[in-house]
Design a protein around this ligand. Structure first.
Ligand SMILES: Cc1cc2nc3c(=O)[nH]c(=O)nc-3n(C[C@H](O)[C@H](O)[C@H](O)COP(=O)(O)OP(=O)(O)OC[C@H]3O[C@@H](n4cnc5c(N)ncnc54)[C@H](O)[C@@H]3O)c2cc1C
Length: 601
């Protein structure tokens, strides 16, 4: 059975992007790590063994950029099939779904320099060709990219244009005879540039039509500058490019002239989802390092893992990871199943199917990117703290993990840009009635004005108080959005702090909803049920505090005087603090981590 058929047979439900805010928690089955197929688990194990056998033991040489080593490791990964997962079978690939590639990324991020290099090759480097290439382009390049004979890179950023990518200044002029374009300009911070053979380069045709080109390394006038010296992921190659009268055949235009943004943004959306799951993988590694160290190191006559404050850190890390896994695999499943359904209608990789599937889940992909990268930063920082002074020393792996973590909040769209994107996308879809935002906001507003919180019909009898809390969080999110939209109307675009606060709320709502749905789907008497229930309770209570704080900030910005007082009185109908012994629940989560020596599931 193909991976597409397997995905279509899964019984989870594909809802429209953003639906998590409107659906009842646990109402629809979601894709979870428990739903992985044997084949997916097998590929993950192969990637894990490769990381442990071939990559981690050479980490110092990788970090020191030993000449030829990264390329050799990528080729070795190619021999194992790890570079061909996304490539169609007819071009030498394995044609797996995105979930499978995310699994591999999740496993490899313990060696972030390598994971970033592999990710740039298989993701932003190769996917533009898979989805937007012509048959001739695919035939020429994909079989070589699938094995690692050729390595790919993606060149969008320039010295003057980072987040504002469409402001790129690199120019492409069509030659008089129409056979080729002449490219001039510069790019910077291009991953894999030191050894890549094929570059997806974005340039403005005639200075105004943003377009992607396939540029081979040995094209005259194409120069790769020196390696950057970076804060982290030191083993990955990051170089500038200078293009001086580079003649690129017209046949190497990727997609259509003037439609480069379709490629840039959709590929970045997939990249974001991968980065998010990869970050959760690295957080699991940080947890393992922390738990392992805490079990060995003794102070005051006891190992560190017997101290309450250390166990609290381990517990908090595990809670964040649990929710991250839940929202990460849910998002991967949504993209995959939607794409599989579209593809089943017209088989073969199709740029419209791809664009539709990926664009649908822009909000979820951005949430995953922001959530994953920030969960990793917290987890790696706390893991270093557990190591004390030793964690600050380069000979301990956690020192590298901390440095490597930082980049994730910057590339694939900074977290600020992703926050603006996810909140803005929800509002735009609401205004276009693509999601039932207006109706839902009005229903919440009306119920609260009438003196009652909207009622919830719980999905089953498990974790009912948690279901209530998630329901209230969603109502609060809708209430804050309604007040913000009423106050600023279309000018809300200029209210970045309000949008940022709404984005934070959506991130927590998606995390809480996903953790809850995952736990409700687990067999109540299964081995993971108790751990999952505790992690879900803790995540939801933490999210609840954050959500209501952010909502109150939005209300204070949007309203004043009597209106604000009335709004706070209405919000109080939703703001329900539960008297839970958080320390005791967290202690149970921590105990599971300590017993497993890391991530227990
Ligand atoms: C190690 C590394 C590898 C990379 N690899 C690649 C690669 O392979 N290919 C490639 O094309 N690029 C690559 N990049 C570039 C990366 O994608 C950019 O760094 C990123 O998009 C941010 O752009 P910038 O650094 O110019 O920051 P800027 O855009 O200048 O942003 C600076 C700060 O301002 C904020 N900001 C910017 N605009 C706004 C706004 N409208 N509202 C609010 N805040 C805003 C940002 O969030 C950020 O905090 C890489 C970068 C690094 C560091």
């Amino acid at each position: 059975m193909s991976s597409r058929e397997a995905m279509l047979q899964k019984d989870f439900v594909v809802r429209e992007g953003g639906s998590f805010l409107f659906d009842r928690a646990g109402e629809h089955r979601i894709f979870t790590p428990e739903d992985l197929t044997d084949e997916q688990r097998h590929i993950r194990n192969a990637a894990r063994q490769f990381a442990d056998r071939s990559v981690l033991p050479r980490i110092d040489a990788i970090e020191g950029k030993e000449p030829g080593l990264m390329r050799a490791l990528l080729e070795e990964a190619g021999e194992l099939g790890l570079l061909m997962l996304d490539i169609p079978e007819k071009y030498g690939g394995l044609e797996q779904d995105k979930t499978t590639t995310m699994l591999v990324t999740e496993t490899l991020t313990r060696c972030a320099s390598f994971a970033v290099s592999l990710g740039a090759h298989v993701g932003i480097g190769s996917l533009p060709l898979v989805y937007f290439g012509t048959v001739a382009q695919k035939e020429r390049y994909l079989p070589r990219l699938a094995t690692g004979e050729w390595i790919a890179a993606y060149a969008l950023t320039e010295p003057g244009s980072g987040s504002d990518a469409l402001a790129a200044k690199t120019r492409a002029e069509l030659a008089d005879d129409g056979t080729h374009y002449v490219l001039n300009g510069s790019k910077q911070w291009i991953t894999n540039a030191g050894f890549a053979d094929l570059f997806v380069v974005f340039a403005q045709v005639a200075g105004e039509h943003f377009t992607a080109f396939l540029v081979e390394r040995d094209t005259p006038g194409f120069e790769v500058g020196p390696e950057e010296h970076k804060h982290g992921i030191k083993g990955s190659s990051t170089c500038p490019l200078v293009l001086t009268d580079v003649a690129v055949p017209a046949a190497n235009v990727l997609g259509e002239v003037g439609k480069g943004h379709r490629i840039a943004f959709n590929i970045l959306n997939v990249g974001r989802a991968r980065l998010g799951t990869g970050s959760i993988g690295a957080a699991k590694y940080a947890l393992r390092l922390a738990a392992g160290y805490a079990a060995e190191r003794a102070q005051f006559g006891r190992t560190l893992d017997q101290f309450g404050l250390i166990r609290a850190k381990l517990g908090d890390m595990a809670v964040r990871i649990f929710a991250g896994d839940a929202l990460g695999y849910r998002t991967a499943g949504l993209i995959d199943k939607k794409y599989a359904a579209l593809e089943a209608l017209s088989p073969g990789p199709d740029d419209d199917d791809f664009q539709n599937a990926v664009e649908e889940f822009t909000i979820e992909a951005s949430i995953l990117k922001v959530y994953g990268s920030e969960a990793l930063d917290t987890a790696s920082d706390e893991a270093l703290q557990i190591h004390g002074g030793y964690g600050y020393m380069a000979e301990y792996a956690i020192e590298r993990v901390c440095r490597d973590a930082r980049i994730n909040r910057i590339f694939e769209g900074t977290n600020e840009i992703n926050r603006l994107l996810l909140a803005g996308t929800l509002l735009k879809r609401g205004m276009k009635q693509r999601v039932p935002l207006m109706k839902a906001m009005q229903a919440v507003g009306k119920a609260l004005a009438g003196g009652a919180a909207p009622a919830l019909d719980p999905a089953g009898d498990r974790l009912v108080p948690e279901q209530e809390q998630v329901h209230r969080m969603k109502c609060a999110a809708l209430y804050a959005t309604q007040q913000a939209v009423s106050r600023w109307m279309l000018q809300i675009e200029d209210q970045q702090e309000v949008l940022g606060a709404l984005a934070d709320v959506l991130i927590d709502v998606y995390g809480a909803d996903s953790a809850l749905a995952r736990t409700l789907q687990l067999p109540a008497d299964g081995p993971a049920a108790a751990f999952a229930a505790d992690a879900t309770t803790l995540f939801i209570e933490g999210a609840r505090d954050r959500v209501f704080t952010r909502v109150k900030q939005v209300l204070c910005a949007a309203l004043s005087g009597d209106k604000r007082d009335r709004a706070f009185a209405e919000l109080a109908l939703l703001d329900h603090w539960r008297p839970i012994d958080v320390f005791a629940v967290r202690e149970r989560v921590a105990a599971a981590v300590v017993a497993a020596g890391g991530w227990p599931l």
